[in-house]
Design a protein around this ligand. Structure first.
Ligand SMILES: NC(=O)c1ccc[n+]([C@@H]2O[C@H](COP(=O)([O-])OP(=O)(O)OC[C@H]3O[C@@H](n4cnc5c(N)ncnc54)[C@H](OP(=O)(O)O)[C@@H]3O)[C@@H](O)[C@H]2O)c1
Length: 401
């Protein structure tokens, strides 16, 4: 009997709850808990309507370890899927250690006051999870997540040595708003407005935010799009686990309207994450901005178009140079029709559900804290298409894109 407890009833939590509910052979009992129980109830009602399955719902403040421990003791899950926000990673890991339950998330821990994008605080839990005989799987979304598995799969099957890895993330979808973020605005804007960073010959090289641009001709009818160099957390674990890689970069596409709005918001101070006094009380401008922006969960019915996320890898196989491009294309409208969320939540929620399956089925096992690329990529790659994210691999004739 496998029991899973999902924490977080946002866009991603919704997708994972649906995907888990679609697989009663793996997820025998499901509980969805979040800060606002009514959001869990809406998702549970939608799942009941479309799949006929019951999902238990609970309220929990995941910032509070004792509340989490009480909930976990009551639900008795085999695995906790943390799909709340990165701020809750450590409290949920603490609660898992206290109750003896495996852990999974999709984003590295962040402190609310400073954006760091690093795995250090979670890697520090390795010995404690190892000692407790528990597994913590970090970053089981798309990027991080699927992209880490793509790199592991490429190294296992297509390269004797990888020289460069470029992770390329395109959202060619349109929600019709002049400015909205596709996932949690606070996390998204923190990520995009931070300095860029890439890895080259053993060093991290910093760039000004959104200052390095390239055009990539995306497949499947998407066509050429501007993309910008960002820092992204999966590079930290990938350069650690593949020290042979000489250069690693991460790219994301942005439309001109998004960039113009972001620049103005930055210039007027609305993206600040330090407290400012307003009418006698402290507010965090970025949190206030979040309250004004469309809820990412509401973008589903409006978003049309495709996403395309993949890895462009160069290196050597059988003493010959090789370029390999592996990617997934997802259609926003199809995701919405299936689970009621747009493709950004879908591409994150599906690998979270499959990562959970890998743990619950014992296909991936271990004691300690692990990133996705540390496990055998084959079972994940074999199944992810059936779970909703098929992949395509090509061998381009040029190194550069
Ligand atoms: N790896 C990837 O590819 C990838 C991509 C996108 C997103 N992500 C990550 O996925 C996670 C979820 O993103 P999302 O877009 O679903 O965010 P979201 O729509 O903002 O949902 C977050 C959910 O967490 C709940 N929550 C927040 N604080 C909580 C607390 N203290 N206790 C209990 N619940 C709490 C929220 O509750 P309320 O509704 O009450 O606020 C909400 O239901 C984030 O960590 C994000 O960084 C990963």
């Amino acid at each position: 009997m496998n029991r899973a407890l999902i924490i977080g009833a946002g866009g991603v939590g919704r997708v994972t709850a649906f995907k888990a509910a679609q697989r009663p052979d793996v997820f025998h009992e499901l509980t969805l808990a979040s800060r606002t129980k009514s959001k869990c109830d809406v998702i549970a009602a939608d799942i009941k309507k479309s799949l006929g399955r019951n999902v238990r719902t609970e309220a929990v403040d995941a910032d509070k370890v004792p509340e989490l421990v009480a909930l976990i003791r009551d639900v008795k899950p085999d695995l906790v899927l943390n799909l709340a926000l990165p701020y809750q990673d450590l409290t949920i890991m603490d609660a898992c250690l206290e109750t003896g339950v495996h852990y999974l998330d999709t984003a590295n821990y962040e402190h609310p006051d400073t954006a760091k994008f690093c795995y250090g605080p979670q890697w520090e839990y390795h010995d404690r999870f190892e000692k407790a005989g528990l597994l913590a799987l970090l970053g089981s979304g798309f990027d991080p997540g699927m992209t880490n598995v793509y790199v592991a799969y490429a190294r296992k099957h297509h390269f004797d040595r990888m020289d460069t890895v470029d992770i390329i993330d395109c959202n060619a979808g349109d929600h019709g708003y002049p400015f909205a973020t596709n996932f949690n605005p606070e996390i998204n804007i923190r990520e995009v407005s931070a300095k860029g960073r890439y890895f080259e010959n053993g060093n991290w090289i910093e760039t000004e935010p959104l200052s390095v641009k390239k055009v990539f001709d995306f497949p499947d009818g998407i066509g050429p799009k501007d993309m910008y160099l960002l820092y992204h957390e999966e590079m930290e674990s990938l350069v650690k686990h593949y020290p042979e890689v000489k250069r690693m970069r991460f790219w994301m596409t942005f439309g001109q309207s998004y960039l113009t709005h972001l620049k103005v918001l930055e210039n007027v101070g609305m993206t600040r994450i330090d407290p400012v006094m307003f009418e006698g009380r402290e507010i965090i401008p970025l949190q206030f901005l979040k309250a004004l922006l469309p809820d990412p969960g509401s973008l589903g019915p409006r978003t049309k178009g495709k996403t395309c996320i993949g890895c462009w890898i160069t290196g050597e196989k059988d003493a010959k140079e090789r370029t390999y491009y592996v990617y997934n294309v997802c259609v926003h409208e199809e995701c919405y029709a299936e689970v009621g969320s747009q493709a950004i939540s879908y591409t994150t929620g599906v690998p979270a559900a499959l990562g959970a399956k890998m743990i619950l089925s014992g296909q991936w096992s271990g004691k300690g804290v692990f990133n996705m690329e540390q496990f055998d990529p084959d079972p994940f790659m074999q199944e992810i298409g059936d779970w909703g994210l098929p992949w395509i691999e090509t061998f381009p004739s040029t190194k550069d894109f």
